[in-house]
Design a protein around this ligand. Structure first.
Ligand code: DGL
Length: 268
């Protein structure tokens, strides 16, 4: 069956960090139904091999396509970095991802044409952000930095903590040397560190939040494809996970910005 406006948007991530994207979608598109899939049993992806991430991503995309989503949003930067072609190849609906959206936003806002990218080791090693930015504008200078400690620090809830502040200073030192004026938060978890990163980077640094940029891109695609839900009623949100780890509710509500609702657990 072809995509219909009343169908849900499918959003997926390696865990529950992608709920930052769901939150942004709920704010930007308050009448859209959303199905979220978080691979909580196999998170983190950011240190896994490309082959593994590609096969996990295909499995999840197929699960959502079977539920007739009208648009797929790859909320995980690591999956977007190494598996977006695989997902595109499977899908008969539009596919959006956080890297494409983040790269476009960075090129648009950087005045000095010097952009810093932070993300997981797999995202940074893939060079996906730099490739995407250079395809848009080859004159933009891109400086990347893997920040592997940020994911556990966010999951620990240390969003305004001296340890996180020191870690951020250490990671960002080499990026700041390059006089970048824009910093892309290239990981689902980093939007939660926005106030701390803004403080460390200084008020003139433009922070590009991949969650809100992909929500904006989703709004444009739905409009362009005639797929925006015309119904003005409270939407349905469904959440699938592959495990319910300790502190799931606390962590989930932190990412979602509201109480974590009931989730359904599935096993592949
Ligand atoms: N969702 C991942 C990302 O955005 C972070 C967590 C992980 O490593 O799986 O890169």
């Amino acid at each position: 069956m072809s995509a219909q406006a009343s169908h849900a948007i499918g959003v997926f991530d390696s865990g529950i960090g992608g709920l930052t994207v769901v939150k942004a979608l709920m704010e930007r598109l308050p009448f859209e139904n959303i199905i979220y899939f978080g691979d909580t049993a196999r998170v983190p992806y950011g240190v896994k091999s490309v082959e593994t991430i590609q096969s996990f991503s295909a499995q999840i995309a197929e699960f959502l396509l079977e539920r007739q989503v009208k648009l797929l949003v790859i909320a995980c930067n690591t999956m977007a970095a190494v598996a977006s072609d695989v997902v595109q190849g499977l899908a008969d609906v539009p596919v959006l991802d956080v890297i494409d959206a983040g790269a476009r936003a960075a090129v648009a806002v950087s005045r000095r044409q010097a952009v810093g990218i932070i993300g997981t080791p797999t995202t940074i090693n893939s060079n996906a952000y730099a490739r995407c930015i250079h395809a848009l504008d080859s004159s933009v200078r891109v400086y990347s930095q893997a920040c592997p400690l940020f994911v556990p620090l966010v999951e620990e809830g240390w969003l305004d903590h001296e340890v996180t502040r020191l870690t951020a200073r250490e990671y960002l030192k080499p990026v700041f040397v390059e006089a970048v004026d824009t910093l892309v938060l290239g990981c689902t978890h980093y939007p939660l560190l926005k106030p701390l990163l803004q403080e460390v980077a200084g008020p003139s640094m433009q922070l590009v939040d991949s969650a809100s940029t992909v929500a904006e891109a989703a709004a444009s695609v739905l409009l362009a494809e005639g797929l925006a839900n015309p119904q003005r009623v409270a939407p349905t949100y469904r959440y699938y996970v592959t495990d319910i780890p300790l502190r799931f509710q606390t962590m989930g509500s932190r990412f979602l910005g509201r109480d974590m609702p009931a989730v359904e657990m599935i096993r592949f």
